[in-house]
Design a protein around this ligand. Structure first.
Ligand code: ZN
Length: 79
């Protein structure tokens, strides 16, 4: 019986064919790891272009404007 440590939460788990989540201790930790890889992939597969930078700036400006509006007129955004 081989004991390994889950790379996500460091909990001891068994390395055996029955443990379908190996090297993770649970489905949860496996999902966390896969999620990390997926988001990493997403960033790599989407190189930042000047157009993307513009989009991001615009989105941030819109968000800032909205936040400013919410602060100035909180009654319009309550609830
Ligand atoms: Zn774990």
């Amino acid at each position: 019986m081989t004991k390994i440590k889950c790379p996500i939460c460091s909990k001891e788990t068994e390395w055996c064919p029955e443990n379908k989540y190996r090297p993770f201790c649970s489905e949860r930790c496996k999902t966390i790891d896969l999620g990390g890889w997926a988001s990493g992939k997403y960033h790599i597969s989407s190189p930042i272009t000047p157009e993307d930078m513009e989009d991001e700036t615009t989105a941030m400006e819109i968000e800032e404007a909205l936040l400013k509006q919410m602060k100035e007129n909180p009654e319009n955004y309550s609830g």
